[in-house]
Design a binder for this molecule. Sequence first.
Ligand code: HGY
Ligand code: MN
Ligand code: MN
Length: 419
Amino acid sequence: MEAKVAGSASMSLGDEIVRRINALAAISETSEHLTRIFLTPEHRAAADLLMTWMREAGMQAHLDAIGNVCGRYEGERPGLPCLMLGSHYDTVRDAGRWDGPLGLITAISCVGDLNRRGRRLPFAIEVTGFADEEGVRFASTLLGSRAIAGTFDESALGSRDRAGTTMRQALTLFGLDPDHIGAAARAPGELLAYVELHIEQGPVLEAEKLPVGVVTAISGATRLAVELRGMAGHAGTVPMALRRDALAGAAECIVAIEEFCCTDRDGLVGTVGYINAMPGATNVIPGMVSFTIDIRTAKDSYRKLAVADIVRQIEEIVKRRNLKLDINVTHENRTVPCAPWLKQQVADAVAAEGFHVFELPSGAGHDGMAMIDIADVAMLFVRCRGGVSHHPDEHVEDADADAGARVLLRLIENFKPKA
Ligand code: HGY
Ligand code: MN
Ligand code: MN
């Protein structure tokens, strides 16, 4: 049991949160970088630590059928519908320690504060650590929140990671039953609302000199997997004019994507985050290249047009270079608005804690994009240094972690279900 820090409850909240962020960050695939991927041993160790903290906070805690960590703090009487809080506990590769865990640990610490004060509310509180928001291991993402929302696509069980392991096999190895994922789905009406605290992952709050912000909407995203096939060959003997170089073709596609997105089109952003060239030898012309594309803009209709335009450009490059193309959408999420009635309660809590109410959209995706199918959603952003995220330099000042906790606790204690 951790020693409770003296001082006001919210100061101990901030201290406790930062200490736990650092403790959780130590659970990683390697000691050099923070990487915690879905259904790995470090994923399980993190789940166990989170359940320990949930139980210390007075919650019942369990792992659900897809590996979400689920904590429940009963209301004035058992079985009441809940205000669900939480965030994800998986990370990207070489990640920062705040993306996901800040929202999850802050929610656990807020419940711990209520528990220490013996406070019970006219609703239950549930805190969920979503198992896979980043979608690093298997192409599809939001797996944990989709399972809870009842929208998990069973066909994803056949998707393979880079080692060729299927999600089905990984779930089984993790000790879960892939044919039982449906049991994670919650019935509509069990949740009064879903509220997530998260780092902004952008520079706006820092520019505004504000510790917290109220999210208006979560931008939609489209992810695609591309495979180009040409002809492997000897780097020293095949004349340039006779080559079908898959990597040179991929390079032309990647530059075309960047140029298309740079023409300042309604906040359109495009990223190629992963590429793999085969056979991967210095003296062999690459015969096969696979890469990923991530396209985002807040306007769904515009994003669909942009994706179609980019695919058309890739098809033209591939044809001209006499390559074979295989391109699939692996993830598609519409832009999700935060519910006005709930967003207002986040804003009221920000104001009640003495902070300026500032609204901003989220360019990053979050589990609320799946949770919207089962409950209204809202988000509270916390400033992060330089807006840096998905990077080991990601950082939140102690005072901002404490500010976020104070606002979330205020929101919880003043929460009114939708009339
Ligand atoms: O990709 C995203 O926007 C989120 O961090 N998973
Ligand atoms: Mn992330
Ligand atoms: Mn995140």
